[in-house]
Design a protein around this ligand. Structure first.
Ligand code: WTA
Length: 644
């Protein structure tokens, strides 16, 4: 825990030395309104806000800058035109390294966003409408987000790896009447049938939309439904399309994310607070300098892609690289080749990718020039110190500070991270709270855990910050229940954490029924519901277990219907079934057929025991005497050991 890597000496350009951080952090807590109203000046407001945070967590009601108005797209694009119109906004690197990439200057991006906004208008989209975006990782995906923001429409981006069932659920939940998609996506040389998936989603009962906008990406001929589907090229126009004036608290986007219960939640972010948070965190965490090339490898279907591929970089007038491919195609040097090709200065990726590439050896890294790199970042899951070291020493040649950024879909942007030239780094620790963030630990009873030394508990945030989600779309009661009821008066993150004697935060992982697979959140309840839909399955219980590359793997205990025999063929079929129901990221790693699930006499499944067995940790099974059938545990342990 006391393995410390000193921060490099602050370069002349930096906007945050150690002393500045300490002073700014103190001020952000002592006078949050003054501090954030000042940060809000990074943006162009149509009406400048005079009010800061107006919020309560009991019950949750959250507003920031409520008397201000602005447009996100104006701030991300239009306002840079006068002084920086010819600078690069996006660099696109395709899946196939031999295929031509492209770049868009701010002026070109503006023209493209206007064209897309006009196409959306022609489709029927108006201010306040929800628009589902199901796109490959191409520039037009980000353009679609910006075009929605321009019109005041609320985007709901659905990750291109999700199934038709998942798309349908998300369309229905937010009553979206419009979809933006592409013919196909490309990943590792394989095509992804995006339009066909949308068609399948819209064929499901009870799902109807008015218009589908189809972008030609691979050029594959796709069926077009008369009256509903429109080719992008047929609807675009260069007509003038002004930015809508939006109140700071008008919604900007909905993004679905997994929770411990039920279906994914539509986390809602509003315009002003989110914009201030995205702009401020991007600038400080990455110490972004004009002209630098920033590459965040996340897909725009996740919050990381929203805040650090699209909005954060553009709000700062930066250059953001959009990569359609994967780290190991056509070979394990692909990331480093892209860094060399585009002279990337700041690289931001997930620990799972780092672990997977580390395993392939240093040769792939050494083969490519990384002298352009200045800063490295990670996000999505705890990083093990070994992977951190490799990233820092081998990828960054020991020269580049590493920022390990802890945050969530619900937080809008970074919450805990070291700042590159202000804080020493500790491999495996996310570091210190960002401005305005007040992390606190509470025990199982909700009592604060305090003291000067090392403390551990459930991670909560004591006070609101501008980037905080405002509600769950259409279900404020669920927002209250999920985040503010376990520990009343505080925002509960769902994570466990430790704070060391130096004030550094160490995230220990989820403490709820959410698992983190390759940096993606997956609700165990979602996988269970998918499994029990299969006619052979009687009951299912799903838990996470440690996985070398993915961080956590998906372990499924399944009981079968009377008369159905367990077999390897059935296991394969169930894996495929879950993939089809949710998407490839939910594919079970382990299927464990059992004749029963450990339950209390009142019928509650004892997940603690299932987790321990999945972890191969039999010494810690605890008291099993309250089980309805204590001998079941022995049979489960035997089943686990037989599987290796
Ligand atoms: C986990 C992704 C440790 C955490 C931005 C959180 C992390 C969940 C880190 C949110 C990190 C994210 N260290 N754990 N640096 N970053 N997490 O909503 O469990 O997809 O609650 O947002 O990822 O996942 P989400």
């Amino acid at each position: 825990m006391n393995d410390t890597v000193p921060h490099p000496a602050p370069p002349a350009h930096t906007h945050c030395t150690p002393e500045e951080y300490a002073a700014m952090y103190r001020r952000s807590l002592a006078d949050p309104d003054g501090f954030w109203l000042e940060q809000a000046k990074r943006l162009d407001w149509m009406r400048a806000p005079t009010r800061g945070g107006e919020w309560s967590f009991e019950p949750p009601q959250i507003a920031w800058f409520a008397d201000g108005s602005l447009n996100m797209c104006h701030n991300a694009v239009d306002r840079h035109l006068a002084a920086h119109g010819d600078e690069t906004a996006f660099i696109f690197e395709p899946d196939d390294p031999a295929a031509p990439g492209s770049t868009l200057t701010y002026r070109e991006l503006h023209a493209e966003v206007v064209r897309m906004a006009n196409a959306l208008k022609a489709l029927g989209v108006r201010k306040g409408d929800r628009v589902t975006i199901y796109m490959p990782m191409i520039t037009l995906g980000a353009v679609a987000m910006l075009a929605c923001a321009r019109l005041g429409a609320v985007h709901s981006v659905v990750f291109g790896g999700f199934s038709p069932e998942s798309i349908a659920g998300r369309i229905q939940d937010c009553e979206s009447r419009f979809v933006v998609t592409a013919d196909e996506g490309l990943r590792a040389g394989k095509t992804i049938p995006l339009k066909a998936n949308v068609d399948a989603a819209l064929d499901l009962p009870g799902v109807a939309v008015e218009g589908v906008l189809v972008i030609a990406h691979t050029g594959k001929a796709v069926p077009m439904k008369e009256g509903r589907d429109h080719r992008y090229a047929d609807l675009v126009s260069d007509a003038d399309c002004p930015c809508e004036e939006m109140a700071a608290e008008d919604p900007l986007f909905i993004l679905y994310t997994s929770g411990s219960t039920g279906k994914p939640k539509g986390v809602l972010h509003t315009t002003g607070g989110y914009a201030v948070w995205a702009a401020t965190t991007f600038r400080h965490t990455f110490d972004y300098q004009p002209g630098e090339v920033f590459w965040c490898s996340a897909d725009i279907g996740w919050v990381t892609g929203h805040t650090y591929v699209t909005y954060g970089p553009l709000l700062n007038g930066g250059t953001s690289l959009i990569f359609e491919g994967v780290p190991n195609y056509p070979d394990h040097g692909r990331f480093w080749q892209v860094i060399a090709k585009h002279r990337v200065n700041i690289f931001y990726t997930a620990p799972t990718a780092i672990r997977a590439l580390m395993r392939e050896g240093n040769g792939w890294v050494a083969a490519h020039d990384r002298s352009s790199l200045r800063l490295l970042g990670t996000v999505g899951e705890p990083i093990n110190p070994e992977a951190w070291r490799w990233y820092h020493d081998v990828v960054g040649e020991g020269r580049c500070p590493v920022v390990d950024t802890w945050w969530q879909t619900e937080t809008g942007g970074h919450m805990i991270t070291t700042l590159p030239y202000a804080h020493d780094m500790k491999p495996g620790s996310a570091g210190l709270p960002f401005f305005g963030v007040q992390p606190v630990l509470v025990d199982a009873e909700g009592q604060p855990v305090g003291g000067e030394g090392v403390i551990e508990g459930n991670l909560c945030i004591a006070a609101s910050w501008p980037g905080q989600a405002r509600t769950v779309y259409g279900d404020h009661a669920r927002f209250t229940e999920a985040y503010f009821s376990t520990f009343p008066g505080k925002y509960f993150t769902g994570d466990g954490a430790r704070r060391d004697a130096d004030g550094y935060w160490w995230i220990t992982g989820r403490v709820d029924d959410v698992i983190n697979v390759s940096g993606h959140r997956m609700g165990t309840a979602e996988v269970e519901s998918a499994l029990v839909l299969h006619p052979c399955v009687a009951e299912a219980a799903v838990v996470g277990y440690p996985h070398d590359i993915k961080g956590q793997g998906i372990y499924c205990y399944v009981t079968l219907m009377e008369g159905v025999e367990a077999s390897d063929a059935l296991a394969t079929e169930l894996r495929q079934w879950v993939r089809k129901e949710i998407g490839p990221i939910a594919t079970p790693d382990h299927l464990h057929f059992t004749d029963g699930l450990p339950k209390t006499r009142s019928g509650k499944i004892m997940r603690r025991i299932l987790r321990k067995i999945a972890e191969n940790d039999y010494g810690a099974l605890g008291d099993t005497s309250t089980l309805a059938d204590p001998s079941l545990v022995d049979r489960l342990v035997e089943g686990r050991q037989n599987r290796g």
